[in-house]
Design a protein around this ligand. Sequence first.
Ligand code: SF4
Length: 387
Amino acid sequence: MGSLYIHIPFCTSRCAYCTFYSEVYHENASLVEPYHKRLLAELSVLVDEQELSFDTVYIGGGNPGLLGVERLVQLLKLIHTHGRPREVTMEINPETLTEEFLPLFEDRLLTRLSIGIQSMDDRFLRRIGRNTASSANERALRLAERIHDAYDVELSVDLIVAIPGQTISDLRRDLDRVLKLCAADHISLYCLTVEEGSRLFEQGGIFMSDDEQASLLYELWAYLKELGYEHYEVSNFAREGRYSQHNLIYWKLGTCLGLGSGAASTTWEAGTLVHHLQEQDLRTYAREEPFTGYEKEVLTTVERIEEELMVGLRTRRGIDKASFLKRTGHDFSSLFDRVVATLDSTWYDEADQFFSLTEHGFMVLDAILLRFFASIPEALDRSQWLW
Ligand code: SF4
């Protein structure tokens, strides 16, 4: 039993900040059917031949709603063949969520909905090149609330923060509007980044300074706490322990199989961390035979340690030193005591069993990771002599 991720790389249009792989639906509509067929074929091998059941499932994109209800029902029924997963999440964009999707919730084929709202303010939606309006967001949130009430479906809402010009009042107003329309169990806050390959970058980029960004985030994090949300991962907040179970498995580097163009799998083979990356683009994936194009990548010791740090330090639970030792063969404290001594004491909490970052640490996560990464070769070298 492991987790399953299915990637649906179709979008209504490309958002100006996006660097994920996806294609515009209306230019590739003829590929939807063959893409879905290949997903079904791969899933059938896992379910019918290998008799796998899944602990958690996440259908992400892109905008998975663009597959259409019937195709989603087929995929989800197959996923449920050997039992109900604990959690089945699907991402959807507000303009796509309609009453047509209700059968997915009536039969509890989906237990969690993640809605890409991003902003409730038309000025900022336009600024990040999002092809939707606040009225569509409102309509989707009202429908999501009905789904939540009628079928006990958990709701998660994505918002984008640090869009140039955005103030803390704008963001508080956004949150208040969202929460007036729906009782979101979970909120993800992502800072706008302008990366090479995005339309915003080509247009010369729009940035908010690091200091401005940090002061916005501190205020917003405090406001979310006031509203009853726990900051359990650098970008994620949950009410009443309603964490994303699927992402918790991902952040613990648990086994997760990924299907679809651009998907990645994480597995453990003879104690070694292995990734399988699906390198085929949408067209090739839709055309080629099942299970072609998954490139296996066996991680080196250094890469394995980096990965443990990258995912572990994102969560408030942090790094469990016993499992770090079991999975990397190295004692966390012996490897990193020297680096930890260079960190500001307000950035982390440490005990015999764990090492984790505080909110101050989250704010400088990238800089902390760079310090840890830079120390790994010397730390490994030193540990050889210690053992
Ligand atoms: S941000 Fe999401 S919806 Fe927008 S283009 Fe990227 S994948 Fe598609």
